[in-house]
Design a binder for this molecule. Structure first.
Ligand code: NAD
Length: 497
């Protein structure tokens, strides 16, 4: 990979920002577009269809027609498997192109777009493809004069609305289970990162997915996104994004057809370090690595460190020594580990949180400023605050940038209370060499995933999602199949001879 000149590749990359509806690339019905600029240096990548409510109507109608005539839903699971496996293969074959689109569009380092995002998205599609002809339905243990079949049926048309931080992976987490179960999909990618989704839809067609089964309408949240979530002919919304918009998704469902809403929302995950931990340096390396990965733009970033008073100074100095290793650099350079934030607005928001932290009395240990200003891109230094209390804005709000807050605790009960004192409950991590304590604290933490003595484990086989205002749905694993299917019971009478 290091031999690839990504800058040269970027100059010849073909970018098509038109919607894909009913198997064809189309301009929006109103003919409106918006400019798509790269956060790496502000370059214009191209224009993208500004999808309207009329475009959403067209896409939903195409998805509904495809569902109704059974061109996909009525195919045997083993046949759907073959098409989706081919789709995953084509993604891997196009990995360099997809990775470059992702890096240019949202600023992440090319090494991770290529080494993490594309393979993880392809693996997700392939995993659901492989699973779908191995999932059985149920027969209930009823009395002998009747038979009750409990089956999962595809829902119909699924609206998918995703964010910009892992555009392809977030889309794949919905597409995998929704398509494998036989649904049709209308995907509205983020206006900040629409390019890879459009290319994915082309690859799906090439793989043999019938026209109309997977439509992509790019555009803004308050236009195309809202129209999709309000649409009376959409059966469910798979949403990943902010808690603010997740709330709206529930309102839209209430105001329209009570469609099912699955929300995967924000986080402010706690990383608890107890005094007996025997690998303190590895804990510091782990929290810095997880926090600064993807420029801190990860819903599950461990952005609140809670450390016992007795080891706090030592731990804080270890984290401060790690942070500069993540200094931002050119995302198109294969050696870069921290890239650009997604846009100017996000950068200003992150810098605003840093100012608020200092104003509220937190101690800035390292970072805190915009970086690589001369590039014209949106870069922020990896930033660590000590002396944070749980009432400060930087401890309560999701910053979604490379900013880590360190809080202190006096005993186990205090640690658990502070960790749980958050509107969010996505993930958490407990560091302790006492097995009882590790279990006890893991049980007490109100989070969808708790890591013990690590933070890196992740696999398509396990559910991903949060408690409280981090959402309700679970992406990944076989549990995600439940989101895109309805349970149907069929009673059959068995007459006596
Ligand atoms: P966002 O909520 O602003 O936007 C997400 C998507 O919703 C975008 O496609 C956007 O266009 C659309 N949208 C915005 N307003 C809308 C509206 N009124 N109606 C319909 N759609 C609308 O979030 P973001 O800034 O793109 O992404 C960051 C957020 O995503 C963070 O809060 C992060 O924690 C969260 N996230 C959560 C997970 C998870 O699995 N829990 C994973 C990744 C990101």
């Amino acid at each position: 990979m290091s031999s690839i000149d990504w800058h040269a590749r970027a100059l010849t990359l073909k970018i098509d920002g038109r919607a894909l509806i009913a198997g064809r690339r189309v301009q929006g019905l109103r003919g409106e577009t918006f400019e798509n600029r790269s956060p790496i240096d502000g370059r214009l990548l191209g224009t993208v269809t500004r999808g309207s409510a009329e475009d959403i109507d067209l896409a939903v109608a195409s998805a509904r027609a495809a569902f109704a005539d059974g061109r996909w839903a009525a195919r045997a699971p083993a046949e759907r498997k073959q098409v989706l496996l081919r789709f995953a293969e084509l993604m891997l074959a196009a990995r360099e192109e997809l990775a470059l689109l992702e890096t240019l569009d949202m600023g992440k380092p090319i090494r991770y777009a290529l080494g993490v995002d594309v393979p993880a998205a392809a693996r997700c599609i392939a995993w659901y493809a492989e699973a779908i002809d191995k999932v059985y339905d149920e027969i209930a243990p009823t009395a002998g004069n009747a038979l009750a079949l409990i089956r999962r049926e595809a829902m119909g048309v699924i609206g998918v609305v995703v964010p910009w931080n892992y555009p392809m992976i977030m889309a794949a987490w919905k597409l995998g289970p929704a398509l494998a179960t036989g649904n049709s999909v209308v995907l509205k990618p983020s206006e900040k990162s629409p390019l890879s989704a459009l290319r994915l839809a082309e690859l799906a067609l090439e793989a043999g997915l019938p026209e109309g089964v997977f439509n992509v309408v790019p555009g803004f949240g308050h236009e195309a996104g809202e129209a999709l979530a309000l649409h009376a002919d959409v059966d469910a919304i798979g949403f990943t994004g902010s808690t603010r918009v997740g709330r709206k998704m529930l309102e839209y469902a209430g105001r329209s057809n009570l469609k099912r809403v699955y929300n995967e929302l924000g986080g402010k995950s706690a990383f608890l370090v107890f005094p007996e931990v025997d690998e303190l340096r590895r804990a510091a390396q782990t929290v810095a690595g997880a926090m600064f990965f993807n420029q801190g733009e990860s819903c599950n970033a461990p952005s609140r460190v809670l450390v016992h008073d007795s080891i706090a100074d030592e731990f804080v100095s270890m984290i401060a020594a790690e942070a500069p290793k993540y200094a931002p650099a050119d995302p198109l350079d294969a050696g870069t580990v921290m890239g650009a934030l997604v846009d100017e607005g996000q950068m200003r928001s992150v810098l605003g949180h840093i100012e608020a932290g200092a104003a509220e009395g937190a101690r800035l240990l390292t970072g805190g400023r915009q970086a690589r200003v001369e590039s014209g891109g949106c870069f922020v230094e990896p930033t660590v605050f000590d002396g944070v209390t749980n009432t400060m804005k930087i401890a309560r709000e999701e910053i979604f940038g490379p900013v880590l807050s360190v809080l202190r605790f006096k005993d186990e009960a205090d640690a658990i209370a502070q960790a749980n004192d958050s509107p969010y409950g996505l993930q958490a991590s407990v560091w302790s060499s006492h097995i009882d304590r590790a279990h006890r604290v893991a049980q007490a933490l109100r989070a969808g995933t708790v890591h013990v003595n690590q933070y890196d484990e992740d696999d398509i086989t396990v559910p991903f999602g949060g408690f409280k205002q981090s959402g309700n749905g679970r992406d990944k694993s076989l549990h995600a199949l439940d989101k895109y299917t309805e349970l149907k019971t069929t009673w059959l009478r068995i007459n006596a001879a």
